[in-house]
Design a protein around this ligand. Structure first.
Ligand code: SAM
Length: 207
C-alpha cells in the first residue's frame, strides 16, 4: 500500500470535466499515454498491438494537431487521440482499476518545480487507483536526477515493484527519445508495477 503518511491528498471532486468532455467507451484491455506529443509512440503501439486499446492524451495544441491528423490517416480502431490536460481527463474518464498500463514517456523535467514531477504529485495516487493490479506504468527520461528521484519515490512512498533499465541505443519510440539518443545521451526507464492487493484512497471513488 502507498505511504499513508503522505500529507497532500489529491482532491478529484474539485476538478471539473474538461470542456467538451465525452466519456470514453473503455475496452477490456485499456492503456493510457500521458503527454503523447506528436503521437509517434501511440501510433506505433496501436499498430503493433491491435488487441490493445490506447487513449493518448496531449495538452499542447500544436503537437496534438500533428498527432490527430496522422492518427486520422492511419484510422486505427484501437487508438484515441485526446487533446486535454490529462489530470482532469483521467479523473472523469476512468473508473478504478480500469487500466492495463500507463505510458509517461519523456515528461517535462520540471527542474525548478519538484511538485510538478509526476511521482511527487498527489494526483499520482489517483492514477495508481485507476490501474488494475499488476498493471505497469512505464516512465522514460533522459534526466538522471529525474529517474533517481522517481525510483526512490516509487519504492519508498508508493511501494511499487520497480524495474530500472537503460533504454537501448537503437530504440526510437518517441520524437524526444530519437533526439536524445542521436545526441549520445543515456535514456532511462522505470517499469513500475502495481502490486496485487495494492490499496489507495480512491479505490471506491467514481466521477
Ligand atoms: C517533453 S514532451 C514529450 C512528448 C513525447 N512523449 C515524446 O517523447 O516525444 C512532454 C509532453 O507532455 C505534455 N504534457 C505535459 N503535461 C501534460 C498533461 N498534464 N496532460 C497532457 N499532456 C501533458 C506536454 O504538452 C509535452 O508535449
Amino acid at each position: 500500500m502507498m505511504n499513508p503518511t503522505k500529507e497532500r491528498v489529491f482532491k478529484p471532486e474539485k476538478l471539473f470535466a474538461p470542456r467538451n468532455f465525452k466519456a470514453p467507451k473503455l475496452k477490456s484491455t485499456q492503456f493510457l499515454e500521458i503527454g503523447a506529443g506528436k503521437g509517434m509512440h501511440a501510433m506505433k503501439f496501436a499498430e503493433a498491438n491491435p488487441q490493445k486499446h490506447l487513449i493518448a492524451v496531449e495538452r499542447t495544441r500544436a503537437k496534438f494537431d500533428v498527432f490527430a491528423s496522422r492518427a486520422k490517416d492511419l484510422s486505427l480502431e484501437n487508438l484515441s487521440a485526446v487533446h486535454a490536460d490529462a489530470i482532469p481527463w483521467v479523473v472523469h474518464g476512468f473508473p478504478p482499476k480500469s487500466l492495463d498500463g500507463v505510458f509517461l514517456l519523456y515528461p517535462n523535467p520540471e527542474p525548478k518545480n519538484a511538485s510538478q514531477r509526476w511521482l511527487n504529485m498527489p494526483f499520482f495516487e489517483f492514477l495508481l487507483s485507476r490501474m488494475k493490479p499488476k498493471a505497469t506504468l512505464v516512465l522514460a527520461t533522459n534526466i538522471k536526477e529525474y529517474v533517481d528521484e522517481a525510483e526512490v519515490l516509487a519504492r519508498k512512498d508508493w511501494a511499487l515493484n520497480v524495474k530500472r533499465i537503460e533504454v537501448s541505443k537503437d530504440s526510437a519510440r518517441t520524437h524526444f527519445e530519437v533526439k536524445y539518443l542521436a545526441r549520445g545521451e543515456v535514456c532511462y526507464q522505470l517499469n513500475l508495477e502495481k502490486p496485487a492487493g495494492y490499496q489507495t484512497r480512491f479505490d471506491d471513488w467514481f466521477a
